[in-house]
Design a protein around this ligand. Structure first.
Ligand code: MRU
Length: 353
């Protein structure tokens, strides 16, 4: 595997009671690792996208709730559970759309409850173990998604991706970028188009950086150029990640994804969503039930530019995600295999195997 894929975007340093995260807001200019020791610092890192991408957020929250609970002075199970739940609730308020955050925190709580009859020290150790499992499993999950996705792609294809669903958004390999890395090792010679992904430029700052570091043939385009590269026949498949997939296959991912899906449908290009099972939320019947994060105006009026790029006090609307209708999705690729429409049936099956 190439060097960039060995970068750990989230790590636990248990000895020093810290979660170490790669500050993704500084990429590609600086590679800075932050040492976070309180739930407040972890909340802030998630909210400000220093750690971002659905699986990475879940891992950071799992480490965070563990470290917070480890510092608890509780002497009974009930007190420990109470302390745990307060930290859990707090971390869960950092971002609303990626279901992995809630999934990871729920999984931590389930583990704590299973250990109910153990000593406080043993329960804390079990929480550490669970958080590490969440991280390590994600690496395997991403690798398997990469294998399944690669089976749908042919050498030499042009691939388009939106936002960043790569190594740094996960424990390793990424979801939508996993088949690209595997293809790179196996001589597939993909030509990747990375949408810049306004307003926070995850495509330009993160995807283009990751892929270039790994030696992949990557071309950065502005979001409004996806149509022309498709029309010119340069794209044979679209691969994207996701923040939450509803039971019917409707998929929330970075704002702009649904527009890419509409274009792909128009040009007859397959549109693939790469989704760990932890991102599939069967309790959410359709995309209409997915909470969409709306972020601050400055992200679209001033962020990343030295001078304002919009008139002062202009009205703004800054939804961070949109929902791609299931009818626009060719297949949803999970670690257990490839789900095809009708998704209501295939996703349920994937979750049960
Ligand atoms: O706001 P972000 O940068 O956290 O949004 C991330 C995405 O939309 C990713 O595509 C998604 O989380 C999948 S990451 C494997």
């Amino acid at each position: 595997m190439t060097a960039v894929k060995a970068i750990q975007s989230v790590q636990l340093d248990d000895e020093n009671n810290t979660v170490i995260i790669l500050d993704q807001t500084l990429l590609p200019n600086e590679k800075v690792f932050l040492h976070l020791s309180t739930p407040e610092e972890i909340w802030e890192a998630i909210y400000h996208l220093k750690v971002r991408g659905a699986p990475a957020i879940g891992i950071a929250a799992a480490f965070g709730v563990y470290l917070g609970t480890k510092q608890s002075k509780a002497s009974t199970y009930e007190q420990l559970l109470d302390d745990f739940q307060k930290i859990k609730q707090y971390l869960a308020s950092s971002r609303p759309t990626a279901v992995n955050l809630f999934w990871a925190l729920d999984r931590m709580e389930d583990r704590l409850k299973v250990e109910k009859d153990k000593s406080i020290e043993e329960i804390k150790n079990a929480l550490k173990e669970e958080a590490e499992h969440i991280r390590n499993e994600d690496e395997q999950v991403c690798y398997s998604i990469g294998e399944h996705a690669l089976s749908l792609l042919k050498p030499g294809w042009g691939l388009l991706t939106h936002c960043n669903a790569g190594t740094i958004a996960t424990a390793r390999y990424g979801t939508a970028l996993a088949p690209i890395y595997l293809g790179q090792e196996r001589g597939y010679h993909f030509k990747v188009f990375a949408d810049e992904t306004r307003p926070l430029l995850q495509g330009a700052r993160l995807t283009a950086w990751e892929l270039q570091e790994a030696g992949v043939d990557v071309t950065l385009i502005c979001d409004n150029m996806a149509s022309i590269v498709m029309k010119e026949g340069k794209v044979q498949a679209v691969l994207v990640g996701c923040d939450r997939v509803a039971a019917n296959g409707d998929t929330a991912n970075k704002i702009g994804t649904s527009g890419v899906a509409i274009l792909a449908k128009y040009y007859g290009i397959p549109f693939y969503v790469c989704a760990p099972l932890s991102t599939i939320d069967l309790d959410c019947p359709t995309g209409e039930h997915i909470p969409i994060e709306v972020r601050k105006a400055e992200e679209i009026t001033t962020k990343w530019y030295e001078k304002p790029m919009a008139p002062e006090n202009v009205q703004t609307y800054n939804p961070a995600f949109d929902v791609t209708d299931h009818e626009l999705i060719t297949a949803i690729i999970t670690e257990k295999g490839i789900a095809y429409p009708p998704f209501t049936k295939s996703l349920k099956h994937m979750k049960s195997v």
